[in-house]
Design a protein around this ligand. Structure first.
Ligand code: GDP
Ligand code: IMO
Ligand code: MG
Length: 428
């Protein structure tokens, strides 16, 4: 029995360029899978002069005829799903087969409202800076067993019964805790019933489909959303998202078993960005941060918010490599460092006069540490045309080697521009 299951995960705070890497690897893939998170993700693909930002759908959707799966671990906003599919269909890109797990949870309008109300209540100093897509409240319902799953939308009577109970609970919270007007039952029920009709053709036993695909030796690519440092357990809690964004989430989110996995690809951006609140040791408030934001186009693909920018953080990345069990790195946005002058890399931190080089487990400490940097020489040559490593300037090659040696993980793919074609595949 041959198997070929690749897992692709983010290694920083998201937006590493996962969508692009999935797309680049995609020509060789049979089945694309999203398995956690929801429409909080924004995965950008630029190919053949077109730019598409996938929020819910796998980034392999542009490949005709491939199977694309939304696993049970996702929280699915049906409105977003229908919007995204119809946009693709109107571009004539409808040929990918799409299947949704009946066990994925539904992001309901009250989840989005609660996300907003909760953030407002937390105020300026405590807010998480969520994407407002209802992700946290939906996962809360999943674990408190008050959630609606895709399968619940398919039976109008069952939906009515379950929603009336759940909505009563939600309205109690919405009115009593947040002083907001209640959500009328029919305004929630009617659209939800219609979503059920619209989604029905896509619903399938995707765990079984995946099992079969593994057993048939098909090439499967599991596409993580967000990234290691946003993981609900291992990230910078509470400034995280509400799902298991590191490698482990791929198994609960699909029903595949750990032994099915062949390889883990960790996507690393050549510098660091973060959107939303929370500690970020190498955040740069000088013109370096500004330049990275400008040259890297670092504005949220979902919310348009400016991303916070800074240099690479090695202790953070080592932690992410360990968490994800990375076999190979896809290094993205190397071209953004062109013309930046010397490149700094954080190699350790200082706290109360003490130096250490591991990611702190004490979250309070994270906002107090001072990063300690090594400086590497930069380059000014345009690299966006390069097709192999040897064509890169010596200092860019040295930067790649430096990262490989520090993270003890080979770099198999290097991004030198937004477009699918602007990629050096070194050994994937
Ligand atoms: P994701 O969430 O990890 O898929 O990343 P996003 O799509 O949110 O953000 C990455 C941004 O960088 C997108 O605008 C991509 O088109 C762009 N991008 C990805 N790889 C590269 C690269 O190698 N060079 C440049 N210049 N841009 C890239
Ligand atoms: P991709 O897949 C970057 C961040 C939000 C916020 C925190 C919680 O494109 O890399 P949530 O709405 O999930 O409850 O927000 O997580 N966040 C992301 N940051 N990229 C993402 O996804 C993100 N998804 C969530 O900004 O700080
Ligand atoms: Mg993104």
């Amino acid at each position: 029995m041959s198997k070929n299951v690749d897992l692709l995960v983010g290694s920083q705070w998201g937006d590493e360029g996962k969508g692009k890497v999935v797309d680049v690897l995609g020509s060789d893939v049979d089945v694309f899978v999203r398995y956690q998170g929801g429409a909080n993700a924004g995965h950008t693909v630029v190919a053949d002069g077109q730019k598409v930002v996938f929020k819910l759908l796998p980034s392999g959707m542009l490949y005709p005829g491939k199977l694309c799966i939304l696993g049970n671990g996702l929280v699915i906003d049906p409105e977003q799903f229908l919007k995204e599919t119809s946009e693709l269909y109107s571009r004539g890109q409808d040929r990918a087969r799409l299947a949704i797990s009946p066990h994925a949870h539904v992001v309901m309008p009250y989840h989005k409202l609660l996300d907003k109300l909760q953030e407002e209540a937390r105020g300026k100093t405590r807010k998480i800076g969520t994407t407002g897509r209802g992700i946290g409240p939906c996962y809360v319902d999943k674990y408190s067993r008050s959630g609606l799953r895709i399968e619940d939308l398919l039976d109008a009577d069952l939906l009515r019964e379950r929603l009336s109970y759940v909505l009563e609970e939600k309205n109690s919270l919405i009115t009593k805790l947040y002083n907001h007007s209640p959500l009328p039952f029919d305004e929630i029920y009617e659209p939800a019933k219609n979503w059920g009709e619209a989604l029905k053709p896509y619903v399938a036993d995707v765990r079984a489909l995946l099992r079969q695909a593994v057993d048939d030796g098909k090439h499967i690519l599991l596409e993580g959303a967000q990234a290691a440092l946003l993981d609900i357990d291992h990230g910078t809690y509470p400034y995280v998202t509400s799902s298991s964004t590191s490698a482990a989430g791929a198994f609960t989110g699909t029903g595949l078993a750990p032994r099915d996995l062949t390889r883990t690809i960790a996507v690393v951006k050549a510098y660091t960005t973060r959107v939303g609140e929370g500690p970020f040791p190498t955040e740069d408030f000088t013109e370096v941060g500004e330049t990275l934001r400008k040259n890297g186009g670092e504005f949220g693909a979902v919310t348009g918010r400016p991303r916070r920018c800074g240099w690479l953080d090695m202790p953070a990345l080592k932690y992410a490599m360990e968490l994800n069990g990375a076999d190979v790195i896809a290094l993205t946005k190397l071209d953004v460092l062109t013309g930046m002058g010397n490149i700094k890399v954080c190699v350790a931190y200082e706290h109360n006069g003490e130096r250490f080089d591991t990611w702190p487990t004490d979250m309070r400490m994270l906002s107090e540490i001072t990063p300690l940097y090594e400086t590497l020489p930069g380059w000014n040559e345009d690299i966006s045309w390069c097709k192999n490593v040897e064509e890169l300037p010596a200092n860019a090659q040295a930067y790649i080697k430096y990262i490989e040696q520090n993270l003890k993980t080979p770099i198999g793919l290097i991004g030198v521009g937004q477009d699918r074609s602007q990629t050096i595949v070194k050994g994937m």
